[in-house]
Write a protein that binds this ligand. Sequence first.
Ligand code: ATP
Length: 912
Amino acid sequence: MTEQSRGGTPPEAQQVDWHTMTQAEVEQALSTQAKGLSTAEAAQRLTQYGPNRLAVAKKRSAWMRLLMQFHNILLYVMMGSAVITAFLGHWVDTGVLMTAVIINAILGFIQEGKAESALDAIRGMLSPHAIVVRDGRAQEIDAANLVPGDVVQLVSGDRVPADLRLIQVKELRVEEAVLTGESLPVEKGTEAVAADAPLGDRHGMAYSGTVVVFGQATGVVVHTGARTELGKINQMLSGIEHMQTPLLRQVDSFARLLALVILGLSAATFVLGVWLRGHPPSEMFMMVVALAASAIPEGLPAIMTVTLALGVQRMARRHAIVRRLPAVETLGSVTVVCSDKTGTLTRNEMTVQRVVCAGHAFNVGGVGYAPVGDVSIDGRIIDVAHYPALALAVRTGVLCNDARLRVEDDLWRVEGDPTEGALLVLGGKTGFTQEAGELAWPRIDSIPFESEHRFMATYHRDADGAPWIFVKGAPEVVLGMCARQLNHDGEHPLDVDYWRRMATDTAAQGLRLLALACKREAPADERLRFGDVAEGYTLLALVGIIDPPREEAIAAVGECHHAGIRVKMITGDHVETARAIGAQLAIGVGKPAMTGAEVSLISDADLRRVVMEVDVFARASPEHKLRLVQALQDDGQVVAMTGDGVNDAPALKRADVGVAMGMKGTEAAKEASDVVLANDNFATIAAAVREGRVVYDNLKKFILFMLPTNGGEALVVIAAILFELALPLTAAQVLWINLATSSTLGLALAFEPAEQGIMRRRPRPPGEPLLSGFFVWRVLMVSVLMMTGALGLFLWEMQQGSSVETARTMAVNAVVMAEMFYLFNSRFILAPVTSWRGLFGNRYVLWAVGVTVLLQLAFTHTAVMHGIFESTHLTLLEWFKVLGAGLLVFLVAELEKFVIRRTPLASRVAQA
Ligand code: ATP
């Protein structure tokens, strides 16, 4: 039986003042200890306390959602009209109107469901994780599985996953704005405080939802889920907002305005028809209902939402998780991508290749993490035992290290920072393992690595009890701490120039640099502080680590360049390393590189001037990222910026598209970002930009399809009223066309794949209106063409002496045929569709057309439909004439594209 289960059930956490208790009291009350719970105990407590999750805002029930679909101007008009037609005794029209209302509502319901489930899936992918000690071993688990009594480790950038009583802290600072509104970070400790201390003063506690901005800590979980302070005030954690983006809002209000204008026009037409032309009110009423129904683009917002949802899903499949939906649109207009180097552009599989030590340059053989490889000088294999300085350097690298090297089924893996993993592998190759080393020279204290200070230090006692402080870090930083160097014949004064030369030489080969140093001294009261790592060190070695570029990143950078997007590398690495890796990726070739220090020195105005000249920024820290984003934006660029650390958050927020790393990124960075890369890979950014462009294209294509098809129908009716012609379409027929085509056909465009050359266009100018001059022209042209085909055919038939039923049936079919043909035109905005890919490239288009053809055959050739819609059979010849009307639209639209492609307008339109 485990100790915990003997301890019995933890007290109902609610009444206990945890902040007043000591560590021992907390551990006793929760029947836990520093090595954590056992897995079995944790599982038992999980069933008892439930998952560590906040209650999600209750969703509307399906019925409610369905009901809400009727809450829409157009449907109100249609339902009102149905009531009036029922009073007038036009039962067929009442039936058609009600069917249209119901089908519209159901379509809206399904579309909304699809959009919501896409978002739900993405919420799941973003679930936070926590490092917990269970069975005596630190492991990463889904934060939802935390239970009271769990021992949790925190590092900077983490979001605190539950309410914790801290039992160990190292310079911990936590930002508690979610709870207290105070944005300045609070220093934390482990002491108990008075029972009446306000939340902000309970220094021994870390509360769920707050963010660690500095340091490390360990704490015992005291409350989870709804019982946490955050749960009590029931504030939702970062969620994904509703399906709305600036573009959708724009279209939504456009559609609403259009609906109102059309309603106004319809009312005017009614008045005109009844009073001036003397038409019977009931007939005029039906006409204007038909007019309104045909002209209002009721499906527009719903289908655009689906297009967006599909885009978000496609991006998620390519490992880009969109946290804020407007980013989908912004991605398509990105002009500059600023990317981290390590792990994003490179593979983050580090191998030590070179060690400069005691006047020699040692080469290290072997690839990957398997500790197999020889050490040589100028091709001659050596025995490390004969080189004590090298042996001490290797020891430093292995002991001043928080990573772990593991082997499973002959596969070597690094847990932790790959840079540190590389040093463990070097240890393995020279016969110095971590386990043996740590046993003989136990670690007493440490200062972990942070990008801000660029070094790590550990304090040990050797087998004789003598003290040692080991440091590893960026050469500039470590050189600044050293006064001496270790050669084979003992210590000498530091030859700074020699080491600088060696650093530049090693970095120029694209190797990442680390310097190793040591000091034989104990820090005051055995605790390592920054003051202990300032001076008096002896430099041992310079290590060169290779981290090759990702193949797919090389291709993706090329793709971005073709797409008119500049790629900039912002890295914490040495300037020469950055330049060499940049060259392999075709970033910044032949251009100057800049360091963070140089960025700090120049004014905002100067930075703005040079920022587009430079593509490689080295030794840069998070504040530099923020200044660079601002400078680029001042220069009119649309910037995507990557980041992973807690201090990257301001730059991520400021960027037009903030991109956080999903794997190595902190919760703080993810929270500040618009997009999270599940695989930390640069190629994913390029893929997301591409998808962003596809989504925007498809939205445009849909609008270009929808507006003229509605417009065409409306024009037919308006022309008939204006010129006092016999009505070419009855009200019921107009409603049928709407029912059969408007949403179904257009929906196929949401599935449109990327157009060829989508990544060879320049980025879309930001903030450019959707309805450009070209759009208005295209909408008008196609509306008029559709009207010409349908009305022309109707009038001609009437003149030939056909019955009004036949002429109307032909007019209905002509409108639908024109819409089907125009659907093919709409697949590409400017490119011709007269190719195999153009005609058959989207199976959804073929399906939509197939279904519509069947519906039209039923409309024309079944007795039921004849009864309802007053339609009649058509002969083969008449069908050919209908086909002609469709072809007219198709051919003229293709001709228009052909002409535009040949004018200078083309490049502007392609971007519009
Ligand atoms: P990027 O911003 O592209 O991810 P990076 O990973 O090289 O760049 P940092 O992690 O900030 O940036 O590293 C900066 C420098 O700090 C490295 O060049 C290296 O010299 C040193 N360094 C990196 N990792 C460690 C570590 N674990 N311990 C000590 N020093 C390190």
